[in-house]
Design a protein around this ligand. Structure first.
Ligand code: PHB
Length: 390
């Protein structure tokens, strides 16, 4: 009797093993690749905290499967991201690749997603063209054209006629520059000069001197998350805060992670963006509070939302496929999904796989002794104009 039972068990186990040769059939693995060290470590810290918070709030079982998170540090170096992604696919058999703190890191990984037919959730990198590199890429952060277009429109409507653009010299900066120039000119404004600053070890001083000498009504700035405080420091040192030249930008420059440490020089800076920690909704108040508790008092920034909503999208997709990890089925489940994020209502555009979201016009103000990006205007349901512009 015992032997029969043993045999029945052994056969059933073998059948199960053969049916799921990829192993760990009851576990769905998510490979989260982030810059956890190096100059862009704040992005990794923000996203990791948000992803873990989402899992803590929503549990780790989805559609009967156990969700397992594997976090890897790429140090912000594209060759490392690519190597880690390969290992996660081949050795760990992940069902999702996620993270990607900078554009070059996402671009290096997209071919792997295509080859392996694995969904790749871009949570931070924001150059428009990334989603065009693979049908398996979707994005839960934002794109630079998406948040820049409303800034150029706002500037033109608010009496600003001459602008100098100053951007970090790589994908997202060039997207921001191109969009600003095009939209501002169409609205009757003039970009008198476009300056580009290197990504690694930026020194803004000579560029700010040039801005000073050109004396435009405003300077429009894009720098990636984490770099805003260096920029602001040099902006003050050059005396630009007292020059009458208005500072405009996408919200990357007044990144919530570092805004409070910038000091009063940031007061009055107008930016357009998809997320502010000051967004006045009950969902966001709860998010900011839970995030603070989970991180020793850190304030969530926009990249954290890319992580948090990326997990919402992954959980939804798994529920829709009833736990199947077929890459194409997961991608189909993500297309068109609509949900309520702490940033406001969001959706995945089924044709571009880009996030559709509100963009807010904000101004830095002091509230209860702290600096915040206070929203004062909403442009609803903005798609990535980078796609239609081509
Ligand atoms: C990017 O590399 O695409 C990137 C990084 C940080 C940002 C925006 C874009 O704040």
């Amino acid at each position: 009797m015992k032997i029969v039972r043993f045999f029945a068990f052994a056969t059933a186990s073998l059948a199960a093993l053969l049916a799921f040769p990829a192993g760990a059939q009851d576990t769905v693995k998510i490979g989260l690749i982030l810059p956890m060290t190096g100059p862009f470590a704040s992005t990794g810290r923000q996203i990791e905290t948000a992803v873990k918070l989402y899992m803590q709030q929503h549990g780790t079982t989805v559609a009967g499967k156990k969700v397992e998170l594997i976090v890897k540090d790429d140090g912000g170096v594209a060759d490392t991201t690519r190597r880690i992604a390969q290992e996660l696919v081949l050795n760990d058999k992940v069902a999702f690749l996620a993270g990607f703190g900078l554009t070059p890191l996402a671009l290096a990984t997209a071919p792997i997603a295509t080859q392996a037919k694995i969904p790749m959730i871009v949570m931070a990198a924001a150059t428009s063209a990334i989603t065009e590199q693979s049908p398996f890429v979707t994005r839960t952060g934002f794109t630079l054209p998406q948040v820049t277009q409303p800034m150029a429109e706002w500037a033109a409507k608010n009496g600003i006629k001459k602008v100098v653009t100053l951007v970090t010299d790589y994908g997202p900066g060039i997207d921001a520059e191109t969009t600003f120039r095009k939209v501002f000119a169409a609205a009757g404004g003039e970009v008198v000069e476009s300056l580009r600053v290197p990504l690694r070890n930026p020194d803004f001083a000579p560029f700010l001197q040039k801005v000073h000498d050109l004396a435009p009504n405003a300077v429009f700035v894009f720098v990636p998350a984490g770099v805003g405080s260096i920029f602001m420091k040099q902006f003050t040192e050059r005396g630009l805060d007292k020059s009458g030249i208005k500072l405009l930008g996408t919200g990357d420059v007044t990144d919530d992670d570092i805004l409070n440490d910038m000091g009063d020089v940031a007061l009055g800076v107008v930016t357009t963006f998809h997320y502010s920690a000051a967004h006045p909704s009950p969902a966001n108040k709860a998010y900011v509070e839970a995030f603070g508790k989970a991180s020793n008092g850190m304030r969530p920034n926009f990249h954290s939302l890319g992580g948090y909503d990326g997990m919402a999208l992954i959980y939804h997709a798994l529920e829709a496929t009833k736990g199947s990890t077929d890459g194409e089925a997961l991608m189909n489940a993500m297309k068109g999904y609509t949900w309520e994020s702490p940033r406001g209502p969001v959706a995945i555009d089924p044709s571009t796989r880009e996030i559709v979201q509100n963009v807010y016009v904000r101004k830095v103000e002091k509230v209860n002794g702290q600096l915040w990006n206070v929203e004062f205007q909403t442009i609803p349901a903005v798609k990535d104009p980078g796609k239609t512009a081509k």
